[in-house]
Design a protein around this ligand. Structure first.
Ligand code: URA
Length: 435
């Protein structure tokens, strides 16, 4: 294989063969193909796309570039869940204990936040003592004993994707459908679940700004998952405004706990119940959507889902009492209300800007090595469609630095568009593929 020939083939609109893709990924992982050639290949794919068979081959080659986790020692149908990322997306925190309480084994690998989107691991670390740095043996044992474990992505899981993602990030080749689909699915396949439920976000805070692109991405990932023998279902959900009200690590944990007590925001609760429904169906715990929904509502009402979260936090080093007393979690020293600067209806919220406000406050990483402040963030009190005037609190900012709060406040006000009317309907769930 000559990398030059492959680049030329793709540049001219050709179709790469399975063996060519495998070899290219293997050699790149070993360091035998330089980044400048792989960058050219990524750009050729960006402009010319990939056929279904090429995308599947790329996914499998990346999945097999490192360890493929063997979860066969875990009893039952393991169902993984993955979100394409967004602002205020604390879904895994509430959803995984719900389904684990209903007998779906949760063996999940999660990531940290980067840029304006948060990560499950950072959020979980709001519980003092909690750690996701556990061995694979501990992970498997805990899932068998407690029904739930979450660990950090190991360095040996899909290393080709790790290298390629970093390269795409700096060569403007992230937002290409086949590249996103293969990147996400390679990690999911390597992580070993039997079935996968995907939450594909669309809107101003998502990679896929347009709904039709989110549906295409969802279709592509469902095809890849099913093609690899894993039952895959995708829910397309709204990310045109932050999910729920809280944005920021400990604040999101508190909102997830409220949701497990049945007091969560409507959009967030609905998303958890919808994803949970398909996890129960894929995990053979429910036969119909109505049955699954009832089971989820019952497990929240009975307190079993909240108890499962407490059991999980304790199993990984945290204090179970923090789940029942989230007021003990870290708090910011300054809490400031931000009022609307005019009267009217909120017609738009620049979702990624809200994520950046949290980042400015210290709740996210500017670089991979930044240390984050788990206590800071925002709680939104007004969302799209709400009528506001100058006495309405749009949001509460939680911060530890006056200077950062001022910057975040200025940006927050600019993120809201207030107009004389608003007549759109809002729906958190846009569609489901693969059921
Ligand atoms: N998330 C990933 O893991 N990969 C992408 O390419 C985009 C989002």
């Amino acid at each position: 294989m000559r990398m030059y020939d492959l680049i030329m083939k793709k540049r001219n609109g050709g179709i790469l063969k399975e063996n060519e893709i495998y070899e290219m990924i293997q050699e790149y992982t070993k360091g035998n193909i330089p980044d400048y050639q792989m960058s050219a290949m990524m750009m050729a794919i960006y402009f010319n796309g990939m056929e279904e068979a090429e995308t599947l081959a790329l996914t499998m080659a990346m999945a097999e570039s490192g360890d493929m986790l063997n979860l066969s020692k875990i009893n039952g149908v393991k169902v993984d869940k993955h979100s394409t990322g967004g602002v205020g997306d604390k879904t895994s925190l509430a959803l995984t204990p719900m389904v684990a309480a209903l007998g779906v084994p949760v063996a999940k690998m999660s990531g940290r936040g980067l840029g304006h989107t948060g990560g499950t691991i950072d959020k979980l670390e709001s519980f003092p003592g909690f750690s996701t740095e556990i061995s694979t043996e501990h992970f498997i044992k805990q899932v068998n004993e407690k029904g739930i474990a979450i660990m950090g992505q190991t360095a040996t899981l899909a290393p080709a994707d790790k290298k390629l993602y970093a390269l795409r990030d700096v060569t403007a080749t992230v937002d290409q459908m086949s590249l996103i689909a293969s990147s996400i699915m390679s990690k999911k396949l390597a992580a070993g679940a039997d079935a996968i439920v995907l939450d594909v976000k669309t809107g101003s805070g998502a990679f896929m700004k347009e709904e039709k692109d989110a549906f295409s991405l969802a279709n592509e990932m469902v095809r890849i998952g099913n093609g690899a023998g894993r039952r895959t279902i995708a829910v397309i959900s709204d990310m045109d405004e932050p999910l729920g009200n809280a944005v920021g690590n400990a604040l999101e944990v508190k909102e997830a706990i409220d949701t497990l007590k049945g007091n969560g925001p409507k959009d967030f609760t609905e998303l958890c119940y919808t994803l949970g429904t398909y996890m129960l169906i894929a995990g053979n715990k429910a036969e119909s959507e109505a049955e699954a929904r009832q089971m989820l509502e019952d497990t929240v009402r009975s307190g079993k889902a909240l108890d499962k979260l407490a059991e999980f936090i304790e199993a990984q080093g945290g204090n179970r009492e923090d789940v029942y007393h989230p007021e003990n979690l870290c708090k910011a020293s300054i809490i400031e209300e931000v009022y609307a600067d005019k009267e009217g209806y909120i017609s738009k919220i620049a979702c990624d800007e809200i994520g950046i406000c949290s980042l400015i406050l210290g709740g996210g990483r500017e670089t991979k090595d930044s240390v984050i402040d788990l206590s800071v963030g925002l709680v939104l009190h007004a969302k799209k469609g709400d009528y506001v005037d100058k006495n309405t609190v749009l949001a509460t900012i939680h911060g530890n630095s006056r200077e950062k709060i001022n910057l975040a406040k200025e940006r927050l006000l600019k993120a809201y568009t207030i107009t004389d009317s608003y007549n759109q309907t809002k729906e958190i769930i846009k569609g489901v593929i693969g059921i």
